[in-house]
Design a protein around this ligand. Structure first.
Ligand SMILES: *Cc1c(COP(=O)(O)O)cnc(C)c1O
Length: 362
């Protein structure tokens, strides 16, 4: 079965010597290797400070804290995402207001964001779902107009570009996940890209119990709630080796994504997604809208290809549905949404097979 998602690990020859060095160095906790990974990730992104963490969920949590989100506040978010995006909001004690999606892209709808702003709104979270950059221009305008911090959850969109610059350069906080099936995995891990230098310093303390790692333990004074969210040298070592090959990996997703874009046009029962002007997706999944989704999923499965909707609408989770909301665009989008595999493990022959399966009808 051609899987929808797959873990990418560098070859033994590349990874094992580096890993062995770190494992037997006597220092496996957060140290020099973590520092090196952060600086290299920063230069990969192009601006801001990288705070490496033990998960993308930790990155979301710290971003929310830095944005000033507290118990009783509200955060505007999207239900079309993996659960961590919204579970992290609940970790702060804040409540979730759902914005609808844009029917043509599945990305959060800026008009719906604006309609949901009230005096309790403290922040906006959006997700570049499946690797497709959202309407960044319009989201920025809303953020400026209402002076609301924006957290970009780019867990699906490492390497995606907007206006010539990678995601991670456009908002005060950008979240990455290095969990097993993301574009880049450190086995588990995550990062928060923080534009402001002072907030970065504060975030380093939040990451480590509220303690300042640059000062001796006895001279430290904890002044706010911290967590144990740091990355260690072992995971950072995996990350450093992964970074050497990341351009090639992401190019493979993009190559397949563009090939499917070109060859799935004008097929009855298939609607392709649109991308916003000046944006380049990194196609973590290949998402299409189709009629009779269940029948097509079955036909794909019969032909050895896994395709599915992968995520459950987050508003269907009781605990996350703080304000039940009509989401007419999501209703239509989600009913037709289907993800096809398009990562580095998918060959041109696999793509051609998916294309002919859909051209035949189902
Ligand atoms: C994977 C993921 C995260 C973070 O997940 P972790 O497993 O905590 O690294 C956050 N948001 C989205 C949309 C994700 O898919």
């Amino acid at each position: 079965m051609l899987p929808l998602v797959k873990t990418s690990i560098p070859s033994r020859e590349l990874l094992m010597p580096e890993l062995e060095k770190v494992l037997y160095s006597g220092y496996v906790a957060q140290g020099d290797v973590v520092e090196k990974f952060e600086r290299e990730f920063e230069s990969y992104i192009g601006s801001g400070n990288t705070l490496s963490l033990n998960s993308g969920t930790a990155a979301l949590h710290i971003a929310l804290i830095l944005a000033g989100v507290q118990e009783g506040d509200e955060v505007i978010s999207t239900p079309l995402t993996a659960e961590p995006t919204n579970v992290a909001i609940k970790m702060t004690g804040a409540k979730i207001r759902w914005a609808d999606v844009d029917l043509n892209t599945g990305g959060i709808c800026p008009i719906s964001i604006e309609n949901n702003i009230n005096s309790k709104t403290k922040a906006i979270i959006f997700v570049d779902y499946a690797g497709i950059p959202c309407n960044i221009k319009a989201i920025k305008q809303i953020s400026d107009k209402y002076n609301l911090p924006v957290i970009e959850d780019a867990a699906h969109a490492l390497g995606a570009i907007y206006e010539g610059r990678k995601l991670g350069n456009h908002f005060p906080f950008t979240v990455y996940s290095f969990q097993a099936i993301k574009h880049l995995t450190t086995i588990d891990g995550g990062a928060l890209q923080i534009q402001d230098d002072e907030l970065y310093k504060k975030a380093k303390k939040i990451r480590w119990f509220g303690l300042d790692k640059g000062v001796s333990r006895l001279e430290n004074d904890i002044k706010f709630q911290g967590y144990k969210y740091h990355m260690n040298n072992v995971n950072a070592c995996v990350g450093l080796v992964q970074l050497q090959g990341i351009d090639k990996i992401i190019q493979a997703y993009i190559y397949n994504g563009k090939y499917l874009d070109e060859n799935l046009r004008n097929i009855p029962g298939v609607e392709l997604l649109e991308y916003y002007p000046d944006s380049e997706p990194s196609y973590w999944l290949y998402t299409v809208k189709v009629e009779n989704r269940e029948r097509l999923i079955k036909k794909f499965a019969d032909n050895g290809i896994m395709a599915s909707e992968l995520h459950k609408r987050n508003d269907l989770h009781t605990f996350l549905n703080d304000f039940p909301t009509n989401l007419p665009n999501l209703d239509i989008f989600y009913k037709k949404m289907l993800h096809l595999p398009c990562g580095w493990w998918v060959t041109k022959e696999d793509c051609d097979k998916m294309i002919s399966i859909m051209k035949e009808g189902w």
